[in-house]
Design a protein around this ligand. Structure first.
Ligand code: RRO
Length: 290
């Protein structure tokens, strides 16, 4: 069940959601077997920013009855650290590498895109315009005009596929998707996490160090399905669908809603081999089977 995505020939349609699978740590934990049986047909890295970041203060996670809420806040080594330390490791993976980038201005995103445009190890870029956990509260991806201006600035900088990661926290996600397509995006991916909040059970203060967080996992699945369905009908470029996928049936649902590829996120924390299992299950799944 191979998948053609923006000219990349992938072995199957299951990839990871950015930030939910640390391939470098997983290789340390599982050894070379992880490389021989890599769970995903392409690997999407955690978000890289221009400058190094510590991330948000703890606590960073809150468990929900049907999912997880995070306020990680983009900790990463920054562009220079990523190029020096992470890229050589990730380039050894047996699948194409998609690098997820985020900037706090168009100029920052442009500098990140230019840097990765020059690297043969990178097959495609994902522009994260949808992180819910930044101090400024500013999320570029909620405004179609902002997204169009960003694409106008960065599209000329690379011939590599540019995937725009959309937020479910926009008032009209289809308008943002159409703006991205018209301005030259190669694909869109959705959904990022849904903004949420929890209070400390004893003090009543916000539990998360970042105060609010992003909801993922099964709680997000029906929302993802509706948004992927709406966006797939609104654009002609490929769609990567994600949100609460735990099984081949869930992945098949997102494909039926219009997704070309399906990303597994929160489920990988419970089962690091979930990608392999879901890829096998979707191969076997058919709505018409008796
Ligand atoms: O690092 C995070 O807090 C984070 C990011 Br960049 C994102 O895109 N989505 C999310 O739920 N958390």
């Amino acid at each position: 069940m191979s998948a053609d995505f923006c000219g990349l020939e992938l072995a199957h349609p299951i990839i990871n959601a950015s930030g939910t699978f640390d391939a470098i740590a997983a290789r340390r934990a599982f050894g070379e077997e992880l490389i021989e049986r890599f769970p995903f047909s392409a690997f999407v890295s955690k978000t890289v920013t221009l400058a190094p970041r510590q991330g948000n203060p703890p606590p960073r996670l809150w468990e929900l009855p049907a999912g997880l809420m995070n306020s990680i806040g983009l900790p990463n080594k920054g562009l220079e650290g990523y190029l020096a330390h992470d890229l050589p490791e990730l380039a050894r993976l047996p699948v194409p590498l998609i690098v997820n980038v985020m900037g706090f201005s168009r100029d920052e995103v442009a500098r990140l895109v230019s840097a990765f445009a020059a690297r043969d190890e990178v097959a495609a870029l994902e522009l994260n315009v949808s992180c819910p956990n930044v101090e400024t509260g500013l999320v570029m991806g909620t405004d179609p005009d902002e997204v169009a201006r960003l694409l106008a600035a960065v599209r000329p900088l690379t011939a590599k596929p540019l995937i725009v990661k959309l937020t479910p926290n926009a008032s009209d996600v289809t308008a943002v998707a159409r703006a991205a397509e018209q301005a030259g995006a190669s694909a869109v991916s959705l959904i990022n996490t849904i903004k949420g909040m929890a209070f400390h059970p004893l003090t009543g203060e916000p539990w998360l160090g970042g105060h609010t967080g992003g909801v993922s996992g099964p709680a997000a699945r029906a929302i993802a399905l509706a948004q992927v369905h709406a966006v797939s009908a609104a654009v002609s470029i490929p769609v990567i669908g994600m949100g609460g996928v735990q099984s081949g049936r869930h992945a098949a649902d997102l494909r039926r809603a219009g997704a070309t590829l399906v990303a597994v996120g929160t489920e990988s924390f419970r089962d690091p081999a979930a990608g392999l299992r879901i890829a096998a299950e979707i191969r076997a799944f058919s709505y018409d089977a008796p």
